[in-house]
Design a protein around this ligand. Sequence first.
Ligand code: DQA
Length: 151
Amino acid sequence: MPRVLVLNGPNLQRLGTREPAIYGSATLADVERDLKAAAPEHVEVELRQTDDEATLISWLHEAVDTRSPVIMNPAAFTHYSYALRDASVLVTEAGLPLIEVHISNPHRREEFRHTSVVSGVATGVIAGLGVEGYLLALRYVAARIGSIPGA
Ligand code: DQA
């Protein structure tokens, strides 16, 4: 069964209590539940979170090796991790979608958030639509998963 990896970077396990005026009150467990409920029967959704850059990179390598499309909120790594960008290239160069998701709209926030080193190598970017962005990304990926060789 094709699997979509939903990868989350640092501090996102704190969703629900972390700056709720910016990120809302839904927890990452809520996001996981909603994604699993929304996934078509033939698509498995696996949500993970880490505060560790190396772990996130290894999950992108795993996505390449297992032909898994990726939905990723790289959190603060978005803005400065060239290593994460390089790993993201491997995903899209392998012909797999990688959708970058941000709960908030970084462009309406501090200047350092206006740069994403990942966007330039992502398939697409969804930002500022709250946790619904994950669901929209899943809808996009699920609609195309049948035409991704090996997924
Ligand atoms: C975020 C935006 C980032 O700037 C921030 O560092 C995060 C969350 C978002 O989902 O809006 O941790 O990626």
